[in-house]
Structure formats: C-alpha cells, structure tokens
Design a protein around this ligand. Sequence first.
Ligand SMILES: [Zn+2]
Ligand SMILES: [Zn+2]
Length: 239
Amino acid sequence: MKFKNFICDIIKMLFPNTCLGCEEIIPEGEFFCDYCFEMLERCNLEKMCLKCGQEKKNCQCDTRVFSFDGIVAPFYNVGCAQNAMYTMKFGKRKSIADLFAKQMALAVKYTFYDIKFDGICYVPLSIKSLRKRGFNQSREIAAIISKILDIPLIENQLMCCGKKKPQHKVNLDERFKNIKGVYVNCMDIKGKILLVDDIKTTGATLDECSKKLLSGGADAVYCTVGLITKRSVKSLKKG
Ligand SMILES: [Zn+2]
Ligand SMILES: [Zn+2]
C-alpha cells in the first residue's frame, strides 16, 4: 500500500494538476486557478431568454419555435469554459464533468425553481463517437446533475443512429435538416424531463431530441447545457 502511495506521489510530481485556463499548477481536484475561475464568462441569467437560451438581444424565438420549453446554461462558449469542455471531450478527461454538472445544477435550480422534474435524459453519441471517446460527456454530466438535484437518471432513453455529417461541419442553416431522423426514442416516457447536453449552438440537436421525447410521451422537456453560444445564430450564413 505504501509503495502504491509512493508511486502516486511520483506521478503527481511528474504530472501535476494544471489550470484548464493558463496551465498554472493548482491543487488536486481543482480545475482552474483563482484568476481563471474569476474570468469565466458566466451567462447573466437575467439577460437571457429562458425559452431559447440566447441573450435577449440575440433571441431566436421570433424566427423559430423550439419543441423544448426552456433552456439554461452557466457559461458562454468562449475562453476558459470552452477550453475546459474541449479538454473533457477531446482530451478525454471525464472528471471535468464535475465542474459543469455543479454549475448547470445551480442554473437549473435557480431558473426552473418551480418545476418538478420526473427524470433526466441526455443527448446520446453515435456508437462510433462513443467508441472513439470512451464516454459520452453529456451522460457523465447528467449522472452528476441527477445526484445533485435528486432527479432519476434515465439511461439510454434516446439512441443516435449516426449523423449524416458532423453538425459542426454543416452550415448553421442546414443543421436542422442534417439532424432530422438521427435520434430515436427507445422507450415510453412520461412527466417533465430535463435534457442534458454539452453545448448549444443553433439548438437543432436539442430540438430534435426534445421532439423524440415528446413523441415518446414526455409532458414537457427543458434543457440544460454547459456552454451556450454568445453570438447571434440568426445571421446563419456565417457558419
Ligand atoms: Zn489559470
Ligand atoms: Zn428566445
């Protein structure tokens, strides 16, 4: 046992925990140094449209009716928060789910305080992406939120049958078309559902998944994501 601890100490010395923003060495179990944590661009929930999740000045609701009833995110998809999400997804650091889950749970509690959720679902990955990454970041986040908010996690409610093209490679305008028919609802479901994903850009993925949950019997779907795009997604051609 002592030898194992010794090896652990050596590994920690060789590979210390570093800030996801500036790479400064920080204590084990933390994600950011104090400075980068302060600099995280948090969504000002008073300024957001709670239906589409965008800042009110960039509200999408006049051009699009989403099938979910509301959405909330703790951070904008910029800077250190973006870095943390990308490190989790592409650097395969599952533990970062904890950072997002805690902040998302707080945002849900604050914003949807009058809603009693019956279950938590998450946006699934395709089998190919899941094999490549080893875990589904949205599922990891959802599992922690489920514990924090004491709402049951519903596993494998939705299935992803593979995308025609990855969403980020498709023009923003075409994302709603590209995602059609990609998700399948696997079981009957009822009540109010909290749907978890990592990032919202246009909302096409969440919209499609919400539709499937509603057609499977859910009474209402509300969403939460770790990051939400800050720019307007109305000027869609920019890509
Ligand atoms: Zn830092
Ligand atoms: Zn809106």
